[in-house]
Design a binder for this molecule. Structure first.
Ligand SMILES: Nc1ncnc2c1ncn2[C@@H]1O[C@H](COP(=O)(O)OP(=O)(O)OP(=O)(O)O)[C@@H](O)[C@H]1O
Ligand SMILES: O=P(O)(O)OC[C@H]1O[C@H](OP(=O)(O)OP(=O)(O)O)[C@H](O)[C@@H]1O
Ligand SMILES: [Mg+2]
Length: 286
């Protein structure tokens, strides 16, 4: 029987669509019908299980799934024997403490003797221990932000992204405990066939991630400023330079990182670059 890589992803919720999208961008087609709990890729030896995100670390520890896509928050809370191998760049959020708007939180000492509602008792307890604070943890599985308003707790510890759920419930973020994003986790003792398939998948994921962080840029440069313009452009090795039909001008092609993009564009314009085109890159293999 042909070996397959068994992958656990969230059935529905915040990570589902981005997990499927990432597999698609890696050239892997998954049929994803409503209420389907298991699916096979049509063009890669892969089987996908659709699960509650909380269960994914356990499935991966047990080897029922070889790998899983899940939030770091869940990985650290469940504390299972699974290895984080790649950050996936989506599902970005933070696990934070929050208090009622009028309260003055200066540091963790505020929490001494207080009651904190959370779905993350393990991570919260580790934080409190580190700070030497004794507090009562009240574990609830959802709608955590409601707790202070109904007299269930003095503070909460929950996921925050835009902050609008906190705001709507009269709370303010006091302190961040953990920055989180979706990660790929793997079973600690993968067989060699599965490891080969995982390496193939990781190669593709890295190419997709790299492409997202970079843009292809084309511009026209007057030859008398060519050297200065080239010095501003990194490129994968170095920029490509081609002569234009019009004498005295060249076409310069390069790759720019998203982080330094606007700064370099400004400098290129000042150095005399014209007709700058910026194109997304689909895959980038170095
Ligand atoms: N507001 C947010 N912005 C970005 N990412 C988030 C946000 N909230 C949660 N996440 C990330 O998405 C993951 C899944 O969130 P979701 O709310 O879908 O979980 P869930 O309700 O526990 O789902 P399940 O039904 O699978 O148990 C979280 O564990 C976290 O990593
Ligand atoms: O800072 P914000 O952008 O408002 O996001 C934070 C909210 O998002 C998550 O819940 P979600 O909406 O996924 O619902 P759930 O608790 O039912 O999973 C999290 O538990 C917070 O409640
Ligand atoms: Mg869950």
């Amino acid at each position: 029987m042909e070996q397959k890589l068994k992958v656990a992803i969230q059935k529905s919720g915040r990570l589902h669509d981005d997990s499927i999208k990432l597999l698609k961008e890696c050239g892997i087609d998954i049929s994803n019908g409503v209420n389907k709990l298991k699916s096979e890729a049509s063009n890669f030896p892969m089987e996908v299980y659709f699960l509650r995100d909380d269960d994914i670390p356990q499935y991966v520890e047990d080897g029922v799934a070889h790998i899983g896509f899940v939030g770091e928050n869940v990985v650290y809370e469940k504390n299972k024997k699974a290895e984080v191998v790649e950050h996936l760049g989506f599902g970005k959020c933070r696990l934070s403490l929050a208090t009622r708007r009028h309260e003055k939180y200066e540091d963790a000492r505020f929490l001494q003797g207080k009651k904190i509602a959370t779905s993350y008792p393990v991570i919260l307890q580790q934080f409190l221990d580190k700070q030497g604070i004794q507090a009562e943890i009240h574990e609830i599985s959802g709608s955590v932000e409601i707790a202070p308003g109904i007299g269930l707790a003095d503070a909460i510890c929950d996921l925050v992204s835009s902050g609008s759920t906190l705001f709507m419930n009269g709370l303010v973020e006091a302190e961040t405990i953990l920055q989180s994003q979706a990660v790929l986790i793997k079973n600690k003792v993968l067989g060699s066939d599965q490891q080969v398939l995982l390496d193939k998948l990781l190669f593709r994921i890295k190419a997709v991630k790299k492409a997202k962080n970079n843009k292809y840029i084309l511009l026209n440069a007057p030859n008398d400023h060519l050297e200065e313009i080239i010095s501003l452009l990194p490129g994968m090795k170095s920029p490509t330079v081609l002569p234009l039909a019009e004498a005295g001008w060249s076409s310069v092609h390069s790759v720019l990182n998203e982080n330094e993009f606007w700064e370099i564009i400004e400098k290129l314009k000042l150095a005399g670059a014209q007709g700058i085109l910026v194109v997304p890159i689909e895959k980038m293999i170095i």
